[in-house]
Design a protein around this ligand. Structure first.
Ligand code: ZN
Length: 396
C-alpha cells in the first residue's frame, strides 16, 4: 500500500500535464563554450526550439480558460455549464489513453476508456461554442519519444480533430509542457503542423490534478474531504477554485491551466471546480477569450461587404469572444488593435493583426472594416471590402 507521500513522490517523478517536472528540465540543454588549443571548424549550433506561447501580454482582466487531457465522462456537462455562462473554453484533447504509452495516465476504473475515441463528443463541444486544441493522440511527452513519433502524435491527432476544428485555429499544447529543439524541428518539417498555433503553455496553474489526488493543506479539517482514490482525502473543489482565484487576482490576466480528466477521479472534479471558479471570476469583472488574442490569416470570403451599422469613428464593433458584449477593433500604424468589453469598460488595446502578417494589408489598408460572425460560431470575424466581395480574418 502506498502512502500519500509515496504517491506524491511518484507523481513528481512521473511528471504530469500541469507539472514543470523533470521532463521540462530535460528540455533545457546547456552548451558551455569549450577552449580549443587549435583552430577547428565551429560546431553546428543546434536550432533553438520554437518558443511556447503564453498569456503574459494579455490585457488586464482577460483570461483564456483551457482544459487538458479530456474528453472524459463529465466533459459534456462542463461544456454545457460553460455555455450557459457564456464562457467559450478551449479543450486540448487526447484521442486515447494507452497503458504503457501515455504519460501519467492515473489508475483506477475507466482511466483507459477516456479520450475522444471512447467519448466521441468533439462535435458537441464545438456546437457549444468551445475551441478544440491538439494535446497529442496518446498524451505522450514529446521530449521522451523520437522526434518522428512526436510529429506523428501531433499530426494524426490533428487530422482526427480537423473536421471539428473546421475554420477555427489549429492549436496544440505539449503534454506536461515538455518541449524541446528535437520535437520543434520535427514539427517544422510538417507543412500542416508548422502553421498551427503553439505549443501553448500557461501562466496560471492551481494544480487541480494534484488536489484531486491528495490533500496538502495547513487547514485539513476545513479544506480536505474524502473522495480521492484509495481512500485518500483530497482538496475540496471549492478550495482548489479559491487557489486558482488567488493566483489569477495576483496576475490579473493570462492562460489558465485546468484539467477535465483529473488525477484518478475523472472529470466530475473539473465540473465542481468550474462551478466555483467561473462565477467568482465573473463577479470580479474578468472576461474570457482564446489562448491567443489574434485573428487567423485573412482570406477571401464570398458576399458583399455590408456592415450592419458602420461606426462613425471608423472602428469596428462586434462580439469577438462570444460573451454577448460588443468589443472594439481599429486600425493603427501597427495593424489592427482590439479591446474586449468588460463590466468596467474596454480593456487596453492589443495587436490582433500585425501589418506584416500574411494577407493583413488587404484589411489594414482597406477603406473600412467591420466585425461580423461569418461562420456562425458566435464570435465576430474581421472583414473588409475587396472588390465585389470581401476579405475576412476569423476570430480565434
Ligand atoms: Zn496533459
Amino acid at each position: 500500500m502506498r502512502s500519500s507521500v509515496a504517491l506524491a513522490v511518484a507523481a513528481a517523478i512521473a511528471g504530469s500535464c500541469g507539472d514543470d517536472g523533470p521532463e521540462a528540465a530535460r528540455a533545457i540543454e546547456l552548451h558551455a563554450p569549450v577552449a580549443r588549443a587549435t583552430a577547428i571548424p565551429a560546431p553546428a549550433i543546434a536550432p533553438a526550439a520554437r518558443p511556447q506561447l503564453d498569456g503574459r501580454d494579455f490585457p488586464d482582466k482577460v483570461l483564456a480558460l483551457t482544459w487538458d487531457d479530456g474528453p472524459d465522462r463529465h466533459t459534456l456537462e462542463l461544456a454545457r455549464y460553460l455555455h450557459d455562462q457564456r464562457v467559450r473554453g478551449t479543450f486540448f484533447v487526447v484521442r486515447a489513453w494507452v497503458d504503457g504509452v501515455s504519460a501519467d495516465p492515473g489508475a483506477g476504473d475507466g482511466v483507459f476508456s477516456t479520450g475522444f475515441a471512447a467519448l466521441p463528443i468533439l462535435g458537441d463541444l464545438v456546437r457549444l461554442g468551445h475551441r478544440l486544441g491538439n494535446h497529442t493522440g496518446n498524451h505522450v511527452l514529446l521530449t521522451a519519444v523520437a522526434p518522428s513519433e512526436a510529429a506523428r502524435q501531433l499530426r494524426e491527432n490533428q487530422a482526427a480533430i480537423a473536421p471539428f476544428v473546421g475554420s477555427g485555429p489549429r492549436m496544440f499544447r505539449a503534454p506536461g509542457g515538455a518541449w524541446g529543439a528535437a520535437a520543434s524541428a520535427a514539427i517544422a518539417e510538417d507543412a500542416d503542423l508548422r502553421e498551427a498555433w503553439g505549443p501553448f503553455r500557461w501562466d496560471l496553474d492551481g494544480k487541480d490534478w494534484e488536489g484531486s489526488r491528495w490533500c496538502r493543506s495547513d487547514a485539513p479539517a476545513t479544506e480536505c474531504e474524502a473522495g480521492a482514490p484509495g481512500g485518500e482525502r483530497r482538496v475540496k473543489p471549492s478550495v482548489v477554485a479559491a487557489r486558482y482565484l488567488a493566483q489569477i487576482e495576483r496576475a490579473r490576466h493570462g492562460i489558465v491551466l485546468l484539467h477535465d480528466r483529473v488525477g484518478h477521479v475523472g472529470s466530475r472534479y473539473a465540473v465542481d471546480v468550474a462551478r466555483a471558479l467561473v462565477p467568482a471570476l465573473r463577479a470580479r469583472g474578468y472576461v474570457f477569450a482564446a489562448p491567443r488574442l489574434h485573428f487567423q490569416t485573412p482570406a477571401p470570403a464570398a458576399g458583399p461587404f455590408a456592415p450592419k451599422a458602420p461606426a462613425a469613428d471608423g472602428a469596428a464593433h462586434g462580439d469577438l469572444n462570444g460573451d454577448g458584449h460588443a468589443d472594439r477593433c481599429d486600425r493603427s500604424a501597427r495593424g489592427v488593435v482590439c479591446a474586449l468589453a468588460t463590466p468596467a469598460g474596454l480593456t487596453s488595446e492589443s495587436l490582433w493583426l500585425d501589418r506584416d502578417d500574411p494577407g493583413a494589408s488587404a484589411i489594414v489598408d482597406a477603406s473600412s472594416i467591420a466585425l461580423e460572425d461569418l461562420d456562425g460560431d458566435g464570435r465576430a470575424d474581421l472583414c473588409a471590402p475587396a472588390g465585389a466581395d470581401r476579405v475576412c480574418a476569423r476570430a480565434p
